[in-house]
Ligand binder design. Structure first.
Ligand SMILES: *Cc1c(COP(=O)(O)O)cnc(C)c1O
Length: 348
């Protein structure tokens, strides 16, 4: 165990492989042609997620990125402006999809994954001048990946969405890791989803499924999302095999996200206590640990390479920024071992 041959993979919570029980659920899934609305497993998943999020309807999509693209296509028009948190997935991790697919520009505001009502109000372009783009959408990412998996405080979410609505903006929640936000904060899923027109959730991260995301919202918005999904080539056939994995993840891997959060905490506290890295423990609220390497240490690429040689996989998130993510395929003992390896590597 813990040799370089069987590395401890902390690069992302997307690296999880379906467990034997999940594979059995997938193999046994009743399926049909989802483009005819005849896949029973997908219909079950969509109904379940709609209910969990307190929305009228829900739609399965192959990936979270497609969910985000479809949300933009449903809620904006070409040339519009979207307000999102700084370093949001939509702005940094979707290959410019907002511009390429929906024809919108993203304005990034705030710090550390959050921003205040005053910052939002300042960013909404006034409607008087004909040269300005129309600001039509507020997007919030929760948990916020590049800010270290922080949970956006629910009272702030409520205030931001109320401000957006009062100014005529639509609202979208990128909840790829909303499950983590729910478990970390104890706030009910439907309460976190309530202020938003559309909400996306993913099954390929902490819940351990091989793929699949769901968008939820009012019936007419989901009908529009379905047309855009088809147009992007995301309407599939017997995708109940994926939906069965998602249902299994909801049944068996949701509550255990608390373990991932405890493991991230363990790792972060060891690094903060025993190495010179810059790591704000207050940002370690779920399963992500992000830290900066001071000039006295090698750069991120070098640290990642040296950790790999010791059987620990982590990600370079910037020239001097490193990310480690805990998930259901790494045990507490493995996280303890990874912490020991990293502490030795970074305190030399
Ligand atoms: C991973 C992620 C996505 C995209 O999900 P994919 O299934 O990888 O396309 C979107 N938003 C956030 C915040 C994510 O972390």
């Amino acid at each position: 165990m813990n040799s370089a041959a069987t590395p401890i993979d902390l690069r992302s919570d997307t690296v999880t492989r379906p467990s034997d029980a999940m594979r059995a659920a997938m193999a046994a899934a009743p399926v049909g042609d989802d483009q005819y609305g005849e896949d029973p497993s997908t219909n079950r998943l969509q109904a379940r997620v709609a209910e969990l999020l307190g929305k009228e309807a829900a739609l399965w999509l192959p990936s979270g990125t497609m969910g985000n693209q479809v949300a933009l296509l449903v809620l904006t028009q070409r040339g519009d402006e979207v307000i999102a948190s700084r370093e949001s997935h939509a702005a940094w991790h979707e290959v410019g999809g907002a511009a390429a697919n929906a024809g919108v520009q993203i304005v990034e505001i705030g710090q550390g994954g959050v921003f205040g009502v005053d910052e939002l109000e300042a960013a909404i372009k006034p409607s008087g001048l004909p040269v300005f783009p129309r600001t039509t959408l507020l997007e919030i990412e929760n948990t916020h990946n590049r800010a270290g998996g922080i949970v956006v405080p629910q009272p702030l979410v409520v205030d931001l969405c109320a401000t957006a609505k009062a100014q005529g903006l639509s609202t979208f929640l990128d909840g790829a890791r909303l499950w983590n936000a729910h478990v970390a904060s104890g706030v009910a899923l439907h309460e976190m989803a309530a202020p938003f027109d559309l909400v996306s959730v993913a099954f390929s991260k902490g819940l351990g499924a091989p793929g699949g995301s769901v968008l939820a919202g009012r019936r007419e918005l989901i009908a529009s999302a379905d047309r855009h999904r088809r147009r992007l080539g995301g309407a599939m056939r017997q995708n109940g095999i994926f939906s069965a994995a998602a249902l299994h993840g909801l049944d068996h891997h949701l509550a255990r996200l608390a373990d991932d959060h405890a493991h991230a905490r363990l790792l972060a506290e060891r690094l903060a206590a025993a190495t010179p890295v810059t790591l704000d423990l207050s940002t370690v609220q779920s399963n992500i640990v992000i830290f900066q390497l001071p000039p006295t240490l090698p750069d991120a690429a070098t640290v990642v390479k040296r950790a790999r040689a010791q059987g620990v996989l982590i990600s370079a998130f910037g020239p001097r920024t490193v990310r480690a993510v805990t998930h259901l395929d790494v045990s507490r003992a493995q996280c303890e071992h990874a912490a020991q390896v990293l502490v030795e590597l970074l305190s030399r």
